[in-house]
Design a protein. Structure first.
Ligand SMILES: *[C@@H]1O[C@H](CO)[C@@H](O)[C@H](O)[C@H]1NC(C)=O
Ligand SMILES: *[C@@H]1O[C@H](CO)[C@@H](O)[C@H](O)[C@H]1NC(C)=O
Length: 439
């Protein structure tokens, strides 16, 4: 979340045409809640589509929300506010069919056998005001009595994935950070592989390449027992800093290939989600050199992120046509059919502050800038019928950046995880639910 690409290593003056450009649409009415009919697994990628295993194969459009599980406590957020059952029922009711569930590499080291209460104790010891977070754990137990003193952090991931799966909701696991913490800036130590050229500690001190691979292997193997997991995001928002990534993306090609091969060998059913450089905004290098995805043929899915503040794209305040052309140039081009790089594209993070300065209601309760950004982005995704994952469900965190019970103003849900923080937001993304194209 929150790309901060201070370094633009690739400058461009020409902007290529969009695949399938369409005029911007008005927001459609919010989708009616519908019973989810789970796809026949496993899923595949074919040309620019994700297909299921029915005969003939049916297109599956991923309509996801992000759910954070990568922060210090190493369990998915929100269980101090509502029961797991309440949250997963809410997700299903809103007609999402998938969750992008984030985890840290730490989860698999510190790790899977750590009881939840120990994880909270350790987290509290790392804080300046330990007493506060000590109040969170009892709330978790009271809302979710199935969590016992023996329940481990990975047990909680299992419960979340399985509860989603019971409701027909798929999970994509996303390796979000190495060190469990809020992501992503250029000094948090989680941005780029430590073995890559141009090492600097600011951006890479926690990103141990071997541990990252082991973590992916561990989670892929774990996922075999949890049918709801349909895909693995290899790494969130890769970002180089200072003298990194000056070698034609060589480290990206090498490490992504290693990880993709490993995850596929471990759990061949999973889709493999691959984001570009510059915080998952930049796949431009594929135009001249395709990534070797032969090790996970029929499983590759590209990822893209776009926020209103993403510096890779033109200023959304200016001109939507230009912004959309930017989306197409940097990442959206992968949807063009018949190319070496053709593949499905999931906009796996986009979002806005839910309570803006809009008093007259004309901008859906958002800031005008966010409203313009969102309509432009939704127009782009709708025109291309792309897959997506909105950032993010969490109305609050156990702890984020040292603040206990941190209020997430970008959360789809309110602080209590009870209902929409801004009900009008549903209508603003309503146009994204429909499937308008297919193979
Ligand atoms: C937790 O584990 C201990 C040791 O294995 C066991 O004695 C105890 O009964 C377990 N408690 C619960 C609530 O499962
Ligand atoms: C970057 O992120 C880390 C980890 O969340 C945080 O400790 C640090 O203060 C952040 N730096 C800036 C400049 O925001």
């Amino acid at each position: 979340m929150k790309p901060l690409s201070l370094l633009l290593l690739t400058l461009t003056t020409s902007i290529s045409a969009l695949p399938n450009p369409l005029p911007q649409d008005q927001p459609s009415p919010a989708p009616a809640p519908a019973a989810l009919s789970p796809p026949i697994l496993p899923l595949f990628s074919f040309s620019r589509w994700i297909l299921d295993s029915s005969s003939p194969p049916k297109r599956i459009k991923l309509r996801c929300l992000n759910w954070a599980g990568h922060l210090e406590t190493n369990i998915p957020e929100g269980l101090h506010r509502q029961s797991l059952e309440y949250i997963t029922t809410w997700i299903a009711k809103q007609n999402f069919n998938c969750v992008r569930l984030t985890f840290s590499s730490d989860l698999t080291f510190s790790g899977p056998t750590t009881p939840v209460h120990t994880s909270f104790t350790v987290t509290s010891q790392q804080q300046s005001k330990p007493a506060l977070i000590n109040e969170i754990y009892p709330s978790i137990i009271s809302k979710n009595p199935w969590i016992t003193p023996n329940t481990t952090t990975l047990d909680v991931f299992a419960a979340v994935v399985d509860s989603l799966s019971e409701k027909g909701i798929m999970t994509i696991l996303d390796n979000h950070v190495s060190k469990a913490s809020w992501c992503c800036n250029l000094t948090d130590g989680n941005g780029w592989w430590d073995t890559a050229s141009g090492y600097n500690p600011f951006n890479s001190r926690f990103f141990n390449t071997d541990n990252w691979l082991k973590s992916l292997e561990f989670m892929a193997s774990w996922a075999k027992a949890h049918k709801g997991v349909v895909g693995m995001g290899l790494r969130n928002e890769l970002r180089a800093f200072l003298l990194q990534d000056l070698n034609g993306r060589r480290d990206w090609y090498t490490n992504i290939k290693k990880a993709g091969d490993l995850v596929h060998a471990t759990h061949p059913d999973l889709l493999i989600l691959v984001g570009g450089a510059q915080s998952s905004t930049d796949l431009v290098h594929l135009k001249t050199k395709m990534l070797d995805t032969s090790g996970w043929q029929g499983k590759n899915v590209w990822e893209m992120h776009a926020y209103s503040f993403t510096v890779t794209f033109p200023d959304p305040f200016k001109n939507c046509d230009l912004v959309q052309a930017g989306y197409g140039f940097w990442s959206g081009f992968v949807l063009e059919q018949g190319k070496a790089y053709t593949g499905p594209l999931i906009m796996s993070e986009f979002g806005v502050g839910m309570q803006g300065s809009d008093v007259n209601g004309e901008f859906g309760g958002l800031d005008e800038k966010d409203h313009r950004y969102l309509d432009c982005l939704v127009g782009y995704l709708k025109g291309n019928d792309a897959d997506w994952a909105v950032w993010a469900i969490q109305g609050s965190y156990y702890i984020r950046e040292g603040t206990v019970d941190y209020d997430e103003t970008w959360g789809l849900m309110d602080h209590e995880w009870k209902e929409w923080r801004n009900e009008k937001f549903r209508a603003k993304i309503g146009g994204l639910y429909e499937v308008t194209q297919g193979p």
